[in-house]
Design a protein around this ligand. Structure first.
Ligand code: NDP
Length: 262
């Protein structure tokens, strides 16, 4: 599996790039948005909790980053029409997109398939997969307007190898990996859009804590620690990387932790 943990990004790596991050209010998405802004990008912060998005907005401005944009959106209820309106807004404001990090996600429940609540299953598929698909459909032409666009989907170790009890979460990540393969193949030689997946690995966030309540978070890497691979995949150094599966942490180290699922 590919990894760029030692990648050293120049300060202006993402200068003048317009990058949309979903789930930008918390966890890995919050750090990714701030990191992209710190490397010169204008970031579009998408998420469901406006207060959290406003905090990220303020932190980016205080750090001297380009003025971000906020688009509140709940992926559980958003429709294709909502994504279309969002694309129209971005077309008017920016005319193109240079990157999307599909990052928002929920865990659902850790339950055998046999007993999995179908409503929770649907909710997980909607937030983790369907919403990213619908948004991508609406945004592709904006990405194609860029000279060098990166479409990056968030996967998981259980999206690459199934594991008991991970149910809808695991299936949503397998679906994501499938979509990456299809889109990467479709865009190859047709546009400047590259499509890849990233598995963050065990990372100190609320979702990880929910999945492993007994784990000491101090033993985990922070979202900031895993940013080199995110920067590599969002910036021009990965221009010719398409249809690849990346890990943001070295797999060995991840496997040595209490568990590498999630
Ligand atoms: P967090 O729970 O910390 O953050 C998830 C983000 O997604 C939050 O900003 C949340 O918004 C947003 N979100 C959740 N539901 C919705 C919704 N219905 N509409 C809009 N936004 C929503 O998770 P992580 O940062 O840990 O995870 C980020 C990604 O990384 C996920 O795709 C996850 O599957 C993946 N991942 C994480 C690992 C880890 O160890 N942390 C390991 C492997 C993969 P709000 O704050 O408003 O709830």
């Amino acid at each position: 599996m590919l990894c760029e943990i030692d990648y050293q990004a120049p300060g202006d790596l993402l200068k003048d790039r317009i990058i949309l991050v979903t789930g930008a209010g918390d966890g890995i998405g919050r750090t990714a948005a701030k990191t992209f802004a710190a490397h010169g990008a204008t970031v579009i912060l998408v998420g469901r909790t406006i207060k959290k998005l406003e905090e990220v907005y303020d932190e980016i401005e205080e750090a001297g980053g380009a003025q971000p944009a906020i688009i509140p959106m709940n992926f559980e209820t958003a429709t294709y029409k909502d994504y279309g309106e969002m694309a129209e807004l971005l077309e008017k404001e920016f005319g193109r997109l240079d990157g999307i990090l599909h990052n928002a996600g929920i865990l659902g429940s850790i339950t055998p398939v046999e007993a999995y609540n179908p409503q929770v299953w649907e909710q997980v598929m909607q937030v983790n997969f369907n919403s990213a698909l619908l948004m991508t459909q609406a945004m592709l032409s904006l990405l194609q307007n860029s000279k060098d666009a990166s479409l990056l989907f968030t996967s998981s170790s259980v999206g690459r190898k199934g594991r008991a009890f991970w149910g809808a979460y695991s299936i949503s990540k397998f679906a994501t990996e499938g979509l990456v393969e299809i889109l990467a193949d479709e865009q190859e030689n047709l546009s400047n859009v590259r499509v890849n997946s990233i598995n963050p690995g065990a990372t100190r966030t609320a979702m990880r804590q929910l999945a492993y309540p007994g784990e000491n978070p101090a033993h985990l890497r922070t979202p900031a620690d895993i940013m080199p691979t995110y920067l590599y995949l969002m910036g021009p150094d990965s221009k010719h990387v398409n249809g690849q599966k990346y890990n943001a942490q070295p797999p060995k180290e991840e496997a040595a932790q209490e568990s590498d699922a999630l």
